[in-house]
Design a protein around this ligand. Structure first.
Ligand code: GYE
Length: 320
């Protein structure tokens, strides 16, 4: 055996079988989609994952699904493995906004189109992805702020504590921005504390406990960037002997079932909708791409707002 051949064999042995040989799916003529999900940090995320898996099945698309456990490095690894496997399309929901340039250029060099779902990236070269589908997070922040200005009954200074989402993520940055843009019109509304709760119940509770310890009864309003953190915070508020939604007005975002249950129990004042049901439109976009169609650069999800007064009536209609 000559040297070159030995090298080739050795190299092949180092490549997992799944990468060295075309998948069965491709042999059957199926479209192969690699999807890198952020993790399972919230009710929203779980519903999003279910929506994507169900829609792939329905559309006959072979889905390679990878869970990054909220770590950017795991998402980058997953995307590189999708490139090595020569999937037809890559889609992902970027945990944070920055740091994607290199891996996106690798996908582009491999001629694999990339679709951003749910969260945006902060990259100048917008030829690195074909479309971005998901919510307008700045608008969700504005809706939260408007609801507060229109519905807050008390006089004098209004002390707000804010539970931010994951540091550096598009929804945390944008929801803060939209909310602040609206409340600055009335200077008596003041954010006195703002900290990340990483979009989870456990962290939401922990940080709210710290807010209560530091500010106690001074807190008039809680603005949480998602429902899960608000639900965690509600526990902290109750444990501190205060009444959620009465002693402290609570606004959160997503409108997942858990938020409706909290509203029906009178513990959450309002939830601004952010739909995780992106599966069907993602699969449609994947098919359109493979059929040679040009996608719109931005596909925005339509969403509403649900105050506690309508929760019981709306609850049976909710799909996530
Ligand atoms: O609001 C939060 C989740 O990116 C819109 O991520 C999504 C956010 C959602 O963990 O609950």
């Amino acid at each position: 055996m000559n040297n070159t051949r030995r090298h080739t064999l050795a190299a092949l042995a180092a490549v997992p079988a799944a990468l060295a040989f075309p998948t069965l799916a491709r042999a059957q003529g199926k479209i192969v989609l690699g999807f890198s999900q952020i993790g399972a940090e919230s009710e929203w995320r779980t519903a999003n994952t279910e929506s994507i898996k169900a829609a792939a099945k329905e559309h006959g698309i072979e889905l390679k699904f990878s869970d990054a456990q909220q770590k950017q490095e795991n998402q980058i690894k997953a995307i590189r493995s999708f490139i090595a496997q020569k999937v037809d399309v890559i889609a992902f929901s970027p945990v944070v906004e920055s740091g994607w340039g290199t891996v996106l250029r690798e996908a582009k060099a491999a001629k694999i189109p990339v679709i951003l779902t749910d969260r945006a990236v902060n990259e100048k070269d917008d030829s690195l992805w074909v479309t971005f589908m998901g919510s307008d997070f700045v608008e969700e922040g504005r809706k939260s702020g408007r609801w507060l200005l229109e519905n807050y009954k008390g006089q004098g200074d209004v002390n707000i504590v804010e539970l931010q989402g994951t540091v550096g993520s598009a929804p945390a940055i944008d929801r803060k921005k939209g909310f602040e843009e609206i409340i600055k019109a009335q200077p008596r509304f003041k954010i006195i504390r703002s900290q990340t709760g990483d979009f989870t119940r456990a962290k939401g509770k922990e940080v709210m406990e710290a807010f209560l310890k530091a500010e106690g009864k001074k807190i008039n309003v809680l603005y949480a960037h998602n429902d899960d953190m608000a639900i965690g915070a509600i526990q902290a508020i109750e444990e501190a002997g205060l009444k959620p939604a009465k002693d402290i007005i609570i606004i959160s975002i997503d409108a997942v079932k858990g938020a409706f249950e909290a509203m029906m129990a009178g513990k959450l004042n309002v939830s601004v909708e952010c739909s995780p049901l992106l599966g069907p439109q993602l699969m449609q976009a994947v098919k359109d791409l493979k059929a040679g169609k040009t996608l719109p650069r931005r596909i925005v999800t339509e969403e509403g707002i649900f105050p506690m007064e309508v929760a019981a009536k709306e609850f049976p209609k909710r799909k996530y």
